[in-house]
Design a protein around this ligand. Structure first.
Ligand SMILES: *Cc1c(COP(=O)(O)O)cnc(C)c1O
Length: 415
């Protein structure tokens, strides 16, 4: 399409855009078990208004926008406090989990090169660690050494230790890992890194907020944050269980020395000194302001409430899976991620279940190996599990005795 010669009116624009959404998943009604999060319309309203107020402000240089410097400093401080970091800890806001992870990998490479002269760096990480680490290794020229997980889907520290060599610049553990929702043995992984004085990144993109509050709600959560010696950096996505608008994550470092390897500075062009903390140049203020707004709107009490709501819904979903003999829970969830598969994959294609659910308006992630469905259960699902299970039963009935196969789908798209 080419651009129309005369513009549409404000009202026409907004109506047309709203109409484009007709076939989108109804995530505000709790129909999406992935990709979008909601802690209720009041929280969304605060996020959206704050976003709008800062949509065109630019955090590339906060000299011109001291507001964004304050917003970033306060948001990062709150997150460091959640992570049990001390006064030497420091961080930056990024555009998302992927950017936080790219920076953790890039900084590890720089540290290995500067402190130990490593020129062929590798990263040792479990097969369950997020695809973003693969992307980071690819972008920045590191070898990704994937190590198989244990029976319970958690990282296997002995096998990881065996994969480490003098060129290893980073070890990775997740809290929790995405596919099966279990927390890796962070203490054991961090100990391997500490012994060699190399970086250990904990991917808390999913769990950074929820594990923090589940622990305070009395759940038993193994140590996973800066409390653990040897952990050098942690990523926490605010646009997931922080319930803020899209485009907000934090990369937190144990100290500024470690963080210094993340930043980039050059004067090798005609435009003067150019420095940036992350991947982006121009950096929209909207997602930063929305994060500040939602965090201060919910407060500690609000996060206790919405975390409990998400956990309650996750437990209800787990009970629903366990009660259906055609299904099998992949792992008891440590936080709020629930994954299930067909008890007999030869008789029932789990992706056909996802197809049937999507026809009824429910969107789930399809993953593998092994083939399974994945539910990122959040606060909006509290009260939505019963209608979900009713539709799930209808789909299971429809598929029973048939040999209908489903479409595999993907977590992300390229077009
Ligand atoms: C979502 C997620 C990421 C990637 O974050 P994006 O915000 O999608 O870029 C990385 N790790 C884990 C565990 C995640 O859940």
């Amino acid at each position: 399409m080419t651009l129309r010669s005369t513009g549409l009116s404000h009202d026409e624009i907004i109506t047309t855009l709203q109409q484009m959404k007709v076939n989108d998943v109804r995530w505000r009604d709790g129909r999406a078990f992935t990709l979008a999060y909601s802690a209720g319309e009041d929280v969304l309203a605060v996020a959206e208004e704050a976003y709008r107020a800062f949509a065109s402000e630019n955090a590339l240089n906060t000299d011109a926008f001291p507001s964004l410097r304050i917003i970033q400093a306060q948001v990062v401080d709150i997150v460091i406090n959640w992570l049990q970091g001390d006064s030497s800890a420091a961080g930056f806001m990024t555009s998302g989990g992927t950017e936080s992870i790219l920076l953790a990998v890039k900084a590890s490479r720089e540290r290995g090169k500067k402190e130990r002269g490593v020129t062929q760096p590798n990263v040792v990480l479990p097969t369950s660690a997020h695809a973003a680490f693969e992307k980071a290794c690819y972008y920045f020229g590191l070898e990704s050494r994937r190590v198989g997980v244990s029976e319970d889907w958690r990282a296997n520290p002995e096998a990881m230790a065996a994969a480490v060599d003098d060129n290893t610049v980073l070890l990775v553990g997740s809290a929790p890992q995405y596919p099966q929702g279990v927390v890796d043995p962070i203490e054991a992984i961090a100990a391997i890194a500490a012994e060699r004085d190399i970086n250990c990144h904990v991917d808390g993109c999913m769990g950074g907020v929820s594990l923090t509050y589940l622990k305070r709600l009395g759940y038993t959560i193994p140590a996973w944050n800066f409390e653990v010696p040897g952990v050098t950096s942690i990523s926490v996505d605010l646009h997931k269980y922080g319930y803020t608008a899209k485009g907000a994550s934090v990369i937190a470092w144990r100290n500024k020395q470690l963080r210094s390897y993340q930043t980039y500075v050059t004067d090798n062009w005609l435009g003067g000194m150019y420095g940036s903390s992350g991947i982006m140049g121009t950096k929209g203020g909207g997602s930063m302001a929305a994060a500040w707004a939602v965090m201060n709107f919910l407060g500690d009490e609000g996060y206790m409430r919405v975390t409990l709501a998400a956990r309650r819904a996750a437990e209800e979903l787990v009970a629903g899976v366990l009660a259906r003999p055609q299904l099998q829970l992949v792992a008891p969830p440590d936080s709020t991620l629930v994954s299930f598969r067909a008890a007999d994959p030869a008789a029932l294609d789990v992706f056909a279940i996802a197809d049937g659910l999507w026809k009824r308006g429910w969107y789930l992630d399809r993953q593998g190996p092994p083939p399974a469905l994945h539910c990122t259960v959040n606060a909006i699902h509290d009260g939505k599990i019963a209608p979900f299970l009713a539709d799930l039963d209808a789909v299971l009935d429809e598929l029973s005795g048939s040999s209908i196969s489903g479409t595999q789908g993907a977590y992300g798209t390229i077009e």
